[in-house]
Design a protein around this ligand. Structure first.
Ligand SMILES: [Cu+2]
Length: 197
């Protein structure tokens, strides 16, 4: 029977110097790690995908109250029980995420800049604007202000991309972008995708 006392050299070849090709692969892997490591700060400064930096502490009750005032001020209609608002260009607009809906329906103008405030009333949700590749995490207790300028007219859907419970898949919102003349266009998905590129 073999007893490993630690006094004898173990069997194997691990103490022999590494082969040249092994050293080369370790060097390549290390260099690639450094590239990925450098990408993190680089992407932060050069990636063009950072939020505008407006972030405030809030409470679900305070945020909901502010959003209701916003809705009451600019309400122009209703869509499946959700109020539709048409805020003026340049204004602060408020979007509420809750289990399991988004409100209000935002009617925005192409080419106009808005500050989109976004917060959740309960759990984490994910703001994902379909079919544009735009994603943002929505958490309760924080009011994020995103500076947005819709570049394409069309009828967009907000889809929750953070699993938030049994009704998660039904959590679909709507953003309508009217063209610069104020007309609502029934843009097809393909046209939106073409324009968004
Ligand atoms: Cu969800």
């Amino acid at each position: 029977m073999d007893t490993h006392t630690g006094m004898d050299s173990p069997r194997g070849i691990w103490w022999k110097p590494a082969h040249r090709s092994e050293k080369m692969w370790v060097a390549i892997a290390f260099a690639w790690c450094m590239v990925l490591f450098a990408m993190m700060p680089l992407w932060h400064f050069k990636g063009g995908q950072n939020p505008a930096g407006l972030r405030y502490r809030t409470t679900p009750a305070a945020y909901y109250k502010r959003a209701q005032e916003f809705i009451a001020t600019y309400r122009v209609g209703i869509d499946h029980g959700i109020p539709v608002v048409a805020p003026p260009p340049g204004s602060d607009i408020y979007l509420v995420a809750m289990s399991w809906q988004w409100q209000p329906v935002l009617r925005l103008r192409q080419g106009a800049e808005y500050t989109l405030h976004i917060s959740s009333l309960d759990v984490d949700h994910g703001f994902s604007l379909f079919p544009v590749n735009l994603n943002f995490e929505v958490v309760p207790g924080y009011d994020y202000g995103l500076r947005v300028t819709p570049t394409v007219a069309g009828d967009f859907r907000i889809i929750c991309n953070e699993f938030c419970g049994i009704g998660h898949h039904t959590m679909v919102g709507r953003v309508i972008v009217v063209d610069s003349a104020g007309h609502q266009v029934a843009a097809t998905e393909a046209a939106i995708l073409r324009g968004a590129r």
